[in-house]
Write a protein that binds this ligand. Sequence first.
Ligand code: CA
Length: 227
Amino acid sequence: MRLLIVEDEKRLALSLAKGLTAEGYAVDVVHDGLEGLHRATQTPYDLIVLDIMLPGMNGYRVCATLRAAGHDVPILMLTAKDGEYDEAEGLDTGADDYLTKPFSYVVLVARVRALLRRRAQAKGSSPVHTIGDLRIDTGARRVLRGADPGDQDEIALTAKEFAVLEQLVLRRGEVVSKAEILEHVWDFAYDGDPNIVEVYVSALRRKLGAGLIRTVRGAGYRLEAPR
Ligand code: CA
């Protein structure tokens, strides 16, 4: 999952980015409303955290412009506590949720997860995916092995491994290209070798079984989808 943070308080923006990166999200940060709008129209983000008072263009206008252009990316607005800006107005412009500053980081992560979960449900997909004897929970970000609920082992994945797996699970049975995985799992600061995806796929095969993820030569990877 790839997130965009548009926030001009640099220390806040960077600490949010650091925390969300540790949760396994790919996170891009910009400090200007216009730059945020530009990024949001260029990259298929899974969620945007959008401050209201921003240089360039304020958050309300960024949100309204995206909605008017037909973008339905979930938007979590950050509002100031002084009441100068109205939360209702944020929702009117098409934001999905808002959070009043100062907020606790734990609450922010919970809201981000809830919005992503709501989005997945709206698309008709449950957060828990059963593939063979694996249960992959994209809400709790865990993988369990074993068909019997009383006798399941958790398979420990790193946040990045889980994020790569998630992209394949969400499109199980389809070919997902390395570029698509990179786009959703790595942020724009990453300009290294796209073959990094192979490293993560190898780790997933080692932990989850060799037959789960097929390489489709020249095209990408496909998660086999036995029901
Ligand atoms: Ca601000």
